[in-house]
Design a protein. Structure first.
Length: 329
């Protein structure tokens, strides 16, 4: 159908918002969802649910038939453990299946949803952008490495195989409908006063609804083969935690944790996990990330995708209200 969009990852945090944005613009939404997966964020919505696995080429091929566009938002965003072959199967092989289906069925536009972390980050004064090469290899995290590989697959397909793909790369998203939770776990940790302190690093934050709008805009805007970072405010962890604590009505984490102490803690936790065979909540790569400032500029997406810039305070408030209403806090 001329107005049908296949959405992978529709029942995820970002995907749930993308689905709503597509419906608001009167697209027909077909969602590829795994059998038995949680669909609580898609209640009674006029969506065609197609059960299948992104890792199964025939499932993807069948789901794509008759679609004018594809938004590929499905991913396995696991960073603990740092190494996991399943991450590569979902993120890289799944993307290969999408590209094959898009070419076979002559889909008019593919929007690939990547991650801002496939680019090199910068300082708050000179944030990283789409021209900065990947700088996260030393973390040793399959999620980041696999998203880099998938990004390169899509870029190559756009430039050499004429696949009409536009790539969007959200930063750290906050907002409602984070049912797992994913990035919202940071807010919950602050609200429950589970964090003794804060590290020297920081992140780029964006309202998840803004990321969804930017993603849907890429169906008709943006340049083929180009990447767009979807982000907004660059905040240190100290500033982000303070804002979250204010909204949650609790005292923010008080202690500044030095990079050396944080890294030592990660090393000890990794050693303990190796000795006991039990997974820890924190790993050495996670502490390494916490010591860095993952700051980015989204000016390109603002200019070419009309990316909104909702204040992060609003995103945190909406996330906290949703968590409270649904019994997380």
């Amino acid at each position: 159908m001329a107005n049908t969009i296949l959405l992978t990852g529709a029942n995820g945090f970002l995907g749930s918002h993308i689905a709503r944005e597509l419906l608001a613009r009167r697209y027909v939404v077909r969602a590829l969802v795994r059998p038995g997966s949680n669909r609580s964020t898609l209640p009674d919505m006029p969506i065609e649910l197609v059960e299948g696995d992104i890792c199964n080429a025939s499932d993807v091929m069948n789901a794509t038939e008759g679609c004018a566009g594809v938004i590929h938002a499905a991913a396995l965003a696991q960073v603990n453990p740092a190494r996991n072959p399943a991450v590569w199967t979902v993120n890289k092989t799944g993307t290969e299946h999408i590209l094959q289906a898009v070419q076979t069925h002559g889909v008019r536009r593919l929007v690939y949803v990547g991650s801002a972390n496939v680019f090199g980050f910068g300082s708050k004064e000179q944030p990283g952008d789409e021209k900065h090469p990947y700088s996260g290899k030393h973390y040793g995290i399959d999620y980041m490495d696999s998203k880099v590989a998938a990004t390169e697959l899509v870029r190559q397909a756009a430039h050499t195989d004429n696949v009409p793909a536009v790539l969007v790369h959200p930063s750290f998203m906050l907002g409602s409908l984070d049912s797992k939770p994913t990035s919202g776990a940071m807010l919950l940790a602050v609200a429950k006063r589970q964090l003794p302190g804060y590290t020297v690093g920081g992140k780029n934050f964006i309202h998840v609804r803004d990321a969804a709008i930017g993603t849907v805009n890429a169906l008709t805007m943006g340049r083929i083969g180009q990447s767009y970072i979807l982000g907004n405010e660059n905040l240190t962890y100290h500033d982000a935690f303070s804002l979250m604590a204010t909204i949650a009505g609790v005292r923010p984490p008080r202690f500044a944790l030095s990079p050396g102490l944080t890294r030592l803690y990660g090393q000890l936790i990794d050693w303990w996990a190796t000795q006991t065979g039990k997974a820890a909540r924190v790993t050495l790569p996670m502490t390494m990330i916490a010591n860095d400032g993952h700051y980015f500029s989204s000016q390109k997406a603002i200019n070419e995708l009309n990316l909104p810039q909702t204040p992060i305070r609003e995103a945190i408030q909406e996330a906290y209200d949703w968590f409270t209403t649904h019994g997380y806090v």
